[in-house]
Design a protein around this ligand. Structure first.
Ligand code: PLP
Length: 391
C-alpha cells in the first residue's frame, strides 16, 4: 500500500494561515499569557466588526457562549427553551445546565433548519398552556442559514428572544447580513473542526453592549467590585486565553478565503456526483450564501440502494473520514421525554435527513487530488449498487 496515496483525509481539520505565530509571539513577548489581554480585546473588536454587531465577548467555547446567552436572558429551572432538533448536542446542553427544559423543533426541507411551521405550532401550544418559552435557539446547519425572517417574525410576535447558534455558519450570509447577527445573541465556535479555529474557543455577539459586559462578568467568576474577593452570584470560568485569541485574529484574516475554498469543494462534489439518481445535495436557500462548512447530501434509499453507513465504511477502508448527519436531539437518550414538534403531522424531516444524510470531507486544506480520491470511491460505490439493483 502506498503510504502517501493513502494519507488520511479528515472531515474538517485545522487550516492555519501562517500568521498565527506572530500574534502568539506578541503575547509571549509581553507576557500576556492570561484569559484576558490585547489579543482578546482585538479579536472581539475584529469579529464584531466582521459580522456587523456592536460587540463581542470571547469565550472558552461555543458551548460556553450559548450558556452565557441563556444566563443573560435569565433562564432558570422550570423555564422552557425551544431549540432546533437537527444539531450537535452542544446547542442544547446549556439548556440543561440552567435547569430549563428543551422543546425540540423539526427541520424543513429547503434549509434543513428549524421549520417555521413547527415553530408556530409549538408557540400556539405554549400559548394555550400559558407557558411561553424564554428563548428560541436556532441553528444554521453546516453553514446554511435557517429561514430567519419567518422565524424572527414568529419570535417577535410572542416577544421571545432568539439566540442564533452560528457555530457552523461563520462567514455565511442571510439576505446580505452575516449569519449569527440576526438574533438578540449570536454565538460562534472556534473548535478544531470549525471553518476557522483557535483549537478551542467561542464568541458571543450582540448589539446589547451592557449584556456583553455582564457576560464578561459572569465568565470571570462573577467577581463584584471590591478590594477583596467578593461574590454575590454564581459565576463561570469561560474566558478565552490571550494566546488563543492571537490564533483567532490570524484565522479571521483568512476567513473569506476559507469560505471560498469550502464552496469550491462543494461545487466539485456536485459537479462529479450531482447527476446520480437519488443523490441530493444540501440546498442553498435563495438570498443566502452558505460557507459550506461541510458538504452534506442525502441518499434516497429507493434509488441509490446504499446506505450512508455503507459509504462511510467504504471511505474508512481507504482512510477517509466521513460522517452521518447529526442525530436529531429529540431521538437522543439524553433528551428522552422532551417535547418535539414535527414539520408535518405524519413525517419528521429531521429524522429523514438523519436516516439518509452524509457529510463528506470538506476541509479547506484538502487538495484537489485528495478530493478526487474521495470522489472516485463514491462514484464506484454508488454505481456498483445501482448496477446490483439492475437500474
Ligand atoms: C461546534 C458546535 C457547537 C459548540 O461549539 P464548541 O466550541 O465545540 O463548544 C455548538 N453548536 C453547534 C451547532 C456546533 O456545531
Amino acid at each position: 500500500m502506498n503510504m502517501i496515496e493513502n494519507k488520511r483525509i479528515f472531515l474538517s481539520s485545522p487550516h492555519m494561515s501562517g500568521n498565527e505565530q506572530k500574534y502568539i509571539n506578541e503575547a509571549f513577548q509581553t507576557n500576556w499569557i492570561a484569559p484576558l489581554g490585547p489579543n482578546v480585546d482585538a479579536f472581539e473588536k475584529e469579529l464584531a466588526s466582521y459580522v456587523g454587531m456592536a460587540g463581542a465577548a470571547a469565550t472558552s467555547s461555543g458551548t460556553a457562549a450559548i450558556h452565557l446567552a441563556l444566563e443573560l436572558l435569565g433562564i432558570e429551572q422550570g423555564d422552557t427553551v425551544f431549540c432546533s432538533s437537527l444539531t450537535f448536542v452542544a446547542s442544547a446542553n446549556p439548556i440543561l445546565y440552567t435547569g430549563a427544559e428543551p422543546v425540540f423543533i423539526d427541520s424543513e426541507e429547503e434549509t434543513w433548519n428549524m421549520s417555521p411551521i413547527a415553530l408556530a405550532r409549538a408557540f400556539e401550544d405554549a400559548q394555550v398552556n400559558r407557558k411561553l418559552p424564554k428563548a428560541v435557539i436556532v441553528v444554521n446547519l453546516y453553514g446554511q442559514s435557517a429561514k430567519m425572517n419567518e422565524l424572527l417574525e414568529i419570535c417577535e410576535r410572542y416577544e421571545v428572544p432568539m439566540i442564533e447558534d452560528a457555530a457552523e455558519s461563520l462567514g455565511s450570509l442571510y439576505k446580505g447580513k452575516k449569519s449569527g447577527s440576526l438574533g438578540q445573541f449570536g454565538i460562534y465556535s472556534f473548535n478544531g473542526n470549525k471553518i476557522i479555529t483557535t483549537s478551542g474557543g467561542g464568541m458571543l455577539v450582540s448589539d446589547n453592549l451592557g449584556a456583553l459586559e455582564q457576560s464578561r462578568f459572569l465568565a470571570t467568576q462573577a467577581r463584584d467590585t471590591a478590594k477583596h474577593y467578593q461574590h454575590s452570584q454564581v459565576g463561570y470560568n469561560y474566558r478565552m486565553s490571550n494566546i488563543l485569541a492571537g490564533v483567532g485574529r490570524a484565522q479571521l484574516e483568512v476567513l473569506d478565503k476559507r469560505v471560498k475554498a469550502r464552496r469550491d469543494i462543494f461545487d466539485r462534489y456536485i459537479e462529479a456526483l450531482g447527476e446520480i439518481e437519488g443523490v441530493h445535495f444540501m440546498p442553498e436557500l435563495e438570498g443566502t450564501y452558505s460557507n459550506r462548512w461541510l458538504t452534506a447530501l442525502t441518499l434516497d434509499p429507493d434509488k441509490v440502494g446504499i446506505t450512508p453507513y455503507e459509504l462511510i465504511d467504504a471511505l474508512e477502508a481507504e482512510n477517509i473520514e466521513a460522517r452521518p448527519v447529526w442525530k436529531p436531539l429529540h431521538m437522543q437518550p439524553l433528551f428522552e421525554g422532551c417535547k418535539f414538534y414535527r414539520h408535518a403531522e405524519e413525517a419528521s424531516v429531521s429524522e429523514r435527513l438523519f436516516a439518509e444524510g452524509l457529510c463528506l470531507p470538506s476541509g479547506s486544506n484538502m487538495t484537489e487530488e485528495e478530493q478526487e480520491r474521495v470522489i472516485t470511491i463514491l462514484k464506484k460505490q454508488l454505481s456498483r449498487k445501482i448496477s446490483l439493483l439492475g437500474i
